[in-house]
Design a protein around this ligand. Structure first.
Ligand SMILES: [Fe+2]
Ligand SMILES: [Fe+2]
Length: 330
């Protein structure tokens, strides 16, 4: 980009995106001042309830000793926080790329404000992990490959659809889950502050995609929806299974549960029942995941698209359409 390009920056005047930029200032918080970092984290202290973690809500899991359960959930939390802290750095890179690539002044401004949010999220997760004072489990190859593919992108639509629209909608359920089940006050407090920022980021993704859909022809809209609904439905149907169970079993064994292998089949069976109940709640419209709410709000669930993709009868799609207006409100 040259000076002449910057002299000609166009402001789209999108009221929603301009409001998000203003909100980034009025809802600002300071990483040092607004979080009480003096609250200690004990070495064996329980940080989050069992039900947060995969297999933690099963009947079999609840019968293991408290010390083993607290250890296993803390290990799962440490792994997740490690994914989140690096995910924040990825998001910061995405925003920096967007600032350089976007030609719309109001969109650039949002990306610049979001970059600063992501910087403090990264610092907050890192500081919390440091206070846990233990080696956290490494991130898995699949997550790393997914982040690498995002870091290699340069097209604004690809970047925003992947980061703000898809990943931040997906992450919103993770943030809400940690916040809901956190028992350590520091964990709950930082998640409350971060979730507030993340809902703006997700909002930008929805508004940007909605605007792109509005300006695109029907074939382009269908092609976009085909790609992203496949991704969204695929990720929602990917529920805790054997791979996740292997991690839980390993952690319980590390915590001294010697006969854990003999309990694994029961945990898997019970988790499958929980998975089915969660999907039923999404299909009934009672608990619609953010990914589907975002898809609906951005216009991916419009009748002509569902008809072209032949997914109008998909239970998760019907659930998203059945959900009340508070789920669909922009
Ligand atoms: Fe973030
Ligand atoms: Fe974010």
């Amino acid at each position: 980009m040259r000076t002449r390009d910057l002299l000609r920056l166009e402001n789209t005047g999108h009221p929603g995106i301009i409001a998000l930029f203003a909100k980034a200032h009025s809802a600002d918080w300071d990483f040092e001042r607004d979080v009480d970092w003096s609250v200690p984290i004990g070495p064996q202290e329980r940080l989050i309830g069992d039900a947060w973690t995969a297999f933690g809500a099963t009947e079999t899991f609840s019968r293991f000793p408290e010390r083993a359960r607290a250890y296993a959930t803390r290990r799962a939390l440490g792994r997740m926080l490690n994914i989140l802290q690096v995910g924040e750095s990825v998001a910061q890179n995405v925003c920096a790329t967007l600032v350089l690539a976007l030609r719309e002044e109001d969109y650039r401004n949002h990306a610049a404000a979001q970059a600063m949010d992501e910087a403090r999220h990264h610092l907050a997760y890192r500081r919390f992990i440091e206070k846990m004072d233990e080696e956290v489990e490494d991130i898995d190859h699949g997550t790393e490959a997914m982040f690498d593919s995002v870091l290699a992108m340069s097209d604004p639509l690809d970047l925003i659809a992947t980061e703000q629209f898809f990943l931040e909608s997906l992450a919103m359920n993770i943030f809400e889950g940690i916040q809901k089940h956190a028992v350590h006050p520091l964990l709950r407090d930082i998640l409350a502050l971060i979730t507030r920022d993340e809902s703006r980021h997700m909002g930008f993704g929805i508004l940007y995609v909605a605007e792109w859909m509005r300006r695109s022809g029907v074939d382009e809209r269908i092609a976009f929806a085909r790609r992203w609904l496949a991704q969204i439905l695929g990720s929602l149907l990917d529920r805790p299974g054997p791979i996740m169970l292997a991690r839980v079993v390993r952690r319980l064994r590390e915590a001294g549960v010697e006969d854990v292998d003999s309990h694994a089949p029961a945990m898997l069976r019970e988790q499958e029942e929980i998975n089915a109940a969660d999907l039923a709640a999404a299909a009934s419209g009672e608990r619609v995941p953010h990914l589907l709410r975002s898809a609906r709000r951005a216009g991916l669930l419009e009748p002509e698209i569902l008809e072209a993709l032949r997914i109008a009868d998909h239970p998760l799609v019907s659930g998203a359409l059945r959900a009340g207006p508070e789920h669909a409100a922009a």
